[in-house]
Ligand binder design. Structure first.
Ligand SMILES: Nc1ncnc2c1ncn2[C@@H]1O[C@H](COP(=O)(O)OP(=O)(O)O)[C@@H](O)[C@H]1O
Ligand SMILES: [Mg+2]
Length: 481
């Protein structure tokens, strides 16, 4: 975390107790950060050797010391083989040790803490909270989507003692996964962003998904708050789960007339939008730096959270202008075609029916240039279970409602949508994403708006990179980015 190694996140002595470690070698006076990945490790970091699905961190302990790790947390079983590599903190189980450090970080912290879960919009909401709360004080937030059994304790262990706010993304694929994670985070406020049919393959029903998300309330400190989506049929279920938990007050957000934080008006503007909303009885207008009504809805939850954290509502709303869509989540850029500019909307990070519709709305709200068209390049939405084919096919309404002119589709599930689309819209389908890349690039012309989206595993991301490379803007004064 710190290039100089001089920053102190944990003192060396302060590590021993929480990790329940035995020392082998000289204890460093301090560590500046905590890392589980040598690719992003900074000199002075504590390296924790975690065993993942693909790799075992113990194979990288020597590499960690070569990159300047201050010490490494390793399992008893591997400690003999690693003796002499550098200062070792030897434990029984490295993940348990990381959790111990996470609990110690939480125990020493005076920060106001928010946990964010939900089917979609976790990272967007977490990043927006980082921007907004960052206006008011030192804010610590999860990196990327570090929201699982190692991501959450790692994020906690990285929280500086002096942080004023903490924002934690918490995810799940199966029931029961959120409870232990939120039990470490102990937030004053829990946000559920949305309930949508994601991971239906593991979860079975939308009710089961709602119940699994509602586990987040179990870890809220007594009398804390819950922010729940009003527009889902699961609203009542979430609200009653919150009431049966340590949560003291429940606030709803959405377009529903009864929402406590209500979207009144949303209008796309430039790279973002103009929003009017009623937040807990006060009507305010603000500019949001990220595009899409879905982001406007997320921003309501962010404002409620900021208020709950004691921040001034107007100043929090003003900060929303600085919120930018993250890579693969609606970020847009101008591409240079030989004949003029085109707009690329990068939604390649992930997809499910909810975010797919939100993304198709984005393209609908974007006006193509002269002679330009709306072009959608879509890859399969994964893990949808037995209704997957129908969920893909059903998107045809959204394609038509948003004036999509050309559809490029990849993957066996997207074949169902492709076949259901009007003939004039059907440009190209292929089994693999890589095989629509060239036909798409060759079809594009000046004025087009092209949106790329699919589940991460559908490999649509490389198409974004290929288009960026092929239609690179000449170096010079920066245009819109
Ligand atoms: N409230 C929302 N409703 C629908 N789609 C959303 C919402 N928030 C974000 N999205 C879209 O869903 C995708 C995933 O967003 P992200 O914030 O990374 O969610 P998560 O962290 O829950 O996976 C992106 O395409 C994003 O634009
Ligand atoms: Mg995420």
């Amino acid at each position: 975390m710190s290039a100089t190694g001089a920053r102190e996140l944990w003192s060396g002595l302060g590590l021993i107790g929480p990790l329940e470690a035995r020392l082998s070698g000289a204890l460093p006076p301090r560590v500046g950060g905590v890392s589980i990945d040598t690719r992003t490790l900074e000199p002075g970091d504590l390296f924790v050797a975690i065993k993942g699905d693909a790799n075992d961190g113990h194979d990288f302990v020597r590499a960690a010391f070569e990159k300047g790790a201050a010490a490494a947390v390793v399992a008893e079983a591997q400690s003999d083989a690693l003796r002499g590599a550098g200062p070792l903190l030897v434990v029984r189980d490295t993940l348990r040790a990381l959790e111990g450090l996470a609990r110690a970080a939480r125990a020493r912290s005076k920060a106001r803490i928010v946990a964010v879960t939900g089917s979609v919009g976790k990272t967007s909401t977490k990043e927006t909270l980082r921007v907004v709360l960052g206006r008011f004080g030192q804010t610590h937030a999860s990196a990327a989507s570090y929201n699982n059994h190692w991501g959450v304790p790692l994020t906690l262990a990285r929280m500086a003692a002096e942080a004023r706010f903490g924002v934690f993304e918490i995810g799940m694929n199966h029931p029961g996964e959120i409870t232990p994670l939120v039990g470490m985070v102990r937030p004053q406020l829990a946000i559920v962003t949305a309930i949508a049919p994601v991971h239906l393959e593991h979860m079975g029903s939308i009710e089961a998904i709602a119940d699994a998300k509602a586990e987040v309330f179990s870890g809220v400190v007594k009398g804390g708050g819950a922010v729940v989506p009003r527009d889902t049929p699961m609203f009542e279920r979430l609200a009653s789960a919150a009431k049966a938990s340590p949560v003291g007050h429940v606030v709803s957000f959405g377009e529903h007339a009864d929402a406590d934080a209500r979207l009144i008006d949303y209008a796309p503007e430039g790279q973002g939008s103009l929003v009017r909303a009623s937040i807990l009885g006060r009507t305010i207008g603000y500019r949001l730096g990220a595009p899409g009504k879905h982001q406007a809805l997320n921003s309501l939850a962010v404002l409620v959270a900021a208020r709950a954290m004691g921040c001034d509502l107007d100043e929090a709303a003003a900060a929303l202008a600085d919120a930018k869509p993250a890579k693969g989540r609606g970020a847009r850029e101008t591409l240079a075609h030989a004949d003029g500019a085109m707009t690329l909307i990068d939604e390649a990070y992930n997809a499910n029916p909810t975010s797919m519709r939100a993304a198709l709305d984005l393209i609908g709200q974007t006006e193509p240039g002269p002679n330009g068209r709306r072009v959608a390049a879509l890859g399969d939405m994964l893990e949808l279970g037995p209704q997957s084919a129908e969920m893909h096919r059903a998107l045809v309404d959204a394609l038509e409602a948003n004036g999509v002119d050309l559809l490029f589709a990849a993957g066996p599930m997207m074949k169902h949508l492709f076949d259901a689309a009007p003939a004039a819209m059907r440009a190209r389908w292929a089994e693999r994403a890589a095989d629509i890349e060239t036909p798409l690039a060759e079809a594009l012309r000046a004025g087009d708006v092209v949106m790329i989206k699919g589940s991460n595993g559908s490999r649509m991301g490389p198409i974004v990179s290929a288009l960026q490379k092929r239609f690179q803007r000449p170096a010079g004064p920066a245009g819109e980015g």
